[in-house]
Ligand binder design. Structure first.
Ligand code: 2RA
Length: 328
């Protein structure tokens, strides 16, 4: 497979390359793509050096698959150009996620919707992916009526500038800020920009993308918070079902769900944490307990590396599905 990684020098792009190599994706030729200022840079992949090229040259190279993580504007302009040239694009930006003609895919949930005609496929938002991984199998069994989610998001979701801000604050240096406030010893209830309704785009992604991926009738409300961690996103999720459940049955369903690892034992202080999820591809679920304030309702804690299952790994898994099912 001729594979392009658009945004190859960025944080997610770098993880895409790592995951492609780790999972021995059948890359016959790698085409690392970045903005003009990075063209000519060398990157190493599977022990071989590759020169970064620009978007025009990358389209002309006619890759079979292009993994995009280069921002929404680049996706809006260039994904159609690659698709017209016959490339299947898997885009990590939010550009195409809510487009009714594009599939929004978490392979473990809805990859079976994909066909060879899907030439632009949207990778969901990181905080959505980890939540719906746990929600979908439980929805199938009990029917989800409503979800209340609060997220505790890693600064790597914002990018290198945010990581630099935290490091500068540790060092007592006040330089270029990714956030409107200090992030060190702080929590910002502000991920992405605010919309008219007082929610942030990040919060509304959780609402809209969950409804597109799992079920449009599920009521979702969200609060997205940025905290000074780097290993992954954590989420406190309250789920009201249409039907009652047994806790050990819930644990069993989650344990049997590919891509989920249950870490849940208060007796041994066992629960998911971003420091231990970092670098792993699974979604970790714990603190599973009945909400004693209302019937048929459950609380859980979900943690995942937002750069891996929340972005790069999910995108590569979509590519794997396409190859395994001869859709590219
Ligand atoms: C964030 N979900 O964490 C975004 C990144 N795409 O800021």
């Amino acid at each position: 497979m001729k594979v392009a990684v658009v945004g190859a020098t960025g944080m997610v792009g770098q993880v895409m390359l790592k995951v492609l190599a780790e999972r021995r994706f059948p890359v016959s030729e790698l085409i690392p793509v970045a903005s003009e200022r990075s063209v000519g840079k060398e990157i190493e992949f599977n022990g071989k050096a590759y020169k970064v090229i620009g978007l025009e040259d990358a389209v002309a190279a006619r890759p079979d698959i292009a993994l995009f993580s280069a921002g929404g504007d680049t996706s809006l302009e260039w994904a159609p150009r690659f698709a017209e040239a016959g490339t299947t694009v898997i885009d990590n930006s939010s550009a195409w996620r809510m487009d009714p003609t594009k599939k929004l895919v978490v392979p473990e949930i809805n990859a079976d919707q994909l066909t060879a005609n899907d030439k632009i496929i949207a990778n969901p938002n990181c905080s959505t992916i980890q939540m719906v991984m746990a929600l979908a199998p439980l929805h199938k069994k009990y029917g989800v009526n409503r979800v209340i989610v609060s997220t505790y998001q890693s600064i790597t979701g914002t990018g290198v500038k945010a990581v630099r801000q935290l490091e500068n604050e540790y060092a007592g240096v006040k330089e270029e800020m990714a956030y409107p406030y200090p992030i060190h010893r702080n929590a910002l209830p502000h991920c992405d920009v605010f919309e008219e309704n007082g929610y942030t785009k990040e919060e509304m992604k959780l609402v809209r993308e969950t409804q597109k991926i799992v079920d449009k009738n599920i009521a979702v409300t969200a609060t997205a918070v940025r905290i000074p961690v780097v290993g992954g996103h954590s989420e406190s999720v309250n789920i009201e079902f249409a039907n009652d459940f047994k806790l050990n049955e819930v644990r069993g369903i989650l344990n049997e769900t590919p891509g989920i690892t249950v870490q849940d034992n208060p007796d041994t202080n066992t629960y998911p944490m971003p420091a231990f999820a970092e670098g792993k591809n699974e979604v970790f679920v714990g603190r599973i307990r009945r909400d004693e304030s209302r019937p048929n309702t459950l609380n859980m804690w979900i943690v995942a590396d937002n750069l891996r299952k929340g972005a790069a790994t999910n995108a590569v898994q979509i590519a794997e599905y396409l190859v395994e099912n001869n859709l590219v």
